[in-house]
Design a protein around this ligand. Structure first.
Ligand code: HAM
Length: 425
């Protein structure tokens, strides 16, 4: 019986995984420079953690969570995002007194029951960052700058940072009412989704993708005309700091995000090369979430980026460099050679080289073909004559040069040949 993977879920195979590993290495490198440390979080949590933080009326909680009762009857959800878990861990382990802001990052799979399409999966991967413990706009801007820095290190261009402010508990209810009043006359024209959103989450009408709704959204009142003085001042400061950091951005008054915990600065990074699912990253400030879960007042700022979308934006030119290439491929001819070469392989690996071999004892020609297909840098030829002479042939697969090497000098010879090659590492 043939069983296939579940819709919207995919394998990441060798050939593609090298790109993922490279992105993760760059992420760790960049994040470290900004003082972020990794946190590993559980893949499932109590359902209430997500429904209360993301918001009962959001699409994620209403339609997209993988929720089930475990064998003990507990309501469990496969995490649709990471922020809620970071907040839970922060409170559970009382990570309250870092020397400065607590800076955490995480990476791993997230689960949302969305309609699969290009760039949208039911299991997808995020890299996320959360900076906890300061309301300063310096944090907003430093985190957004880190993100731009990261994209630059990856060589991804053509991205746009869009920002907005979603106000605070003081001005949001005022705006919500103004928005509802302005939407009301258009209710019969809106899509079914937005008609429902009107009562429960009217801000989401602003970022509906349906064409007619977008035309209506363009005519609706803007949040910026309803910000309280403090939110206005905060947004001006964020923009000023982004200018000072030479970070290019544009203001998108229709940016509202699909999770309810945000206040003040919110942002997305969008690409023109991603089709309908154009957001590669989203985030913002969430100043009251920790308190809502009975933690101390802890203003926070963070983002998460979608790995699949990010990977699809990587320039193609580095994929050959990222391909795994064995340093040495052992071609062993005959039973005695098979025995002798297993020790040689162990010593070479012990000295830090990646070693591949033929396991089935084919002809010289077929083993050399395998070495070529594996893109090995060197082959080590071990046969009866070599064993008798105590010298082995090391062949440079780039230029065909061969050397006779004694076993004791093997690692030194491999090092010297690899170091003389332009792409040796
Ligand atoms: P989000 O906007 O829901 O935010 O997701 C962040 C990113 O995850 C998106 O921009 C997108 O690239 C990717 N993503 C989301 N859903 C899918 C999907 N079904 N398939 C593929 N990629 C997807 C959050 O998750 C917040 N926790 C971000 C945050 C962190 N805010 C503050 N801190």
């Amino acid at each position: 019986m043939k069983i296939q993977s579940i819709r919207g879920v995919r394998d990441i195979l060798p050939g593609e995984i090298e790109k993922w590993q490279w992105v993760e290495r760059i992420a760790q490198h960049v994040f470290k420079r900004y003082g972020f440390q990794e946190i590993r979080l559980p893949v499932f949590e109590k359902t209430a953690l997500f429904s209360r933080s993301i918001g009962e009326t959001t699409d994620i909680v209403e339609k997209e969570m993988y929720t089930f009762a475990d064998r003990g009857g507990e309501q469990i959800t496969l995490r649709p995002e990471g922020t809620a878990s970071v907040v839970r861990a922060y409170i559970e382990h009382k990570l309250y007194n870092p020397p400065s802001v607590l800076k955490l990052y995480y990476l791993g799979p997230m689960f949302r029951y969305e309609r699969p399409q290009a760039g949208r999966f039911r299991q997808f991967y995020q890299i996320g960052i959360e900076a906890m413990g300061s309301a300063s706009p310096l944090v907003d801007v430093e985190v957004m700058t880190l993100l731009l820095d990261f994209f630059q290190q990856l060589g991804i261009t053509g991205l746009k940072l869009e920002i907005n402010s979603l106000g605070c508990p003081e001005c949001r209810p005022v705006y919500r009412e103004a928005l509802k009043a302005a939407i009301r006359p258009h209710l019969p024209e809106l899509c079914a989704n937005c008609t429902q959103r009107y009562e429960r989450n009217p801000l989401r009408v602003l970022d509906c993708k349906v064409e007619r709704d977008r035309e209506i959204a363009a005519t609706l009142p803007r949040f910026r005309d309803h910000w309280c003085a403090a939110c206005q001042e905060n947004f001006t400061e964020v923009c000023g700091l982004l200018d000072a950091a030479c970070a290019p951005y544009s203001i998108n008054p229709l940016l509202v995000r699909g999770l309810d915990y945000y206040s003040r600065t919110t942002f997305e990074v969008v690409s023109g090369n991603l089709g309908a699912q154009n957001a590669v990253c989203g985030g913002g400030r969430y100043d009251s979430l920790v308190e809502e879960f009975d933690g101390p007042p802890t203003p926070c700022f963070g983002f998460a980026l979608g790995m699949e979308r990010l990977i699809s934006l990587l320039p193609d030119d580095n994929s050959e460099d990222l391909r795994h290439r064995p340093d040495v491929f052992i071609v062993a001819l005959g039973d005695a050679a098979a025995r002798v070469s297993i020790g040689m392989a162990a010593r070479l690996r012990g000295d830090g080289f990646s070693v591949e071999r033929d396991y089935d004892g084919g002809s010289m020609k077929s083993q050399m073909r395998k070495a070529n297909r594996a893109a090995a840098r060197l082959t080590l030829i071990v046969g009866d004559n070599e064993i008798a002479a105590g010298k082995y042939t090391l062949k440079n697969m780039e230029n065909g040069e061969q050397r006779e090497i004694e076993e004791e000098s093997l690692s030194a010879a491999v090092t010297s040949i690899l170091n003389s090659e332009p792409d040796g590492d």
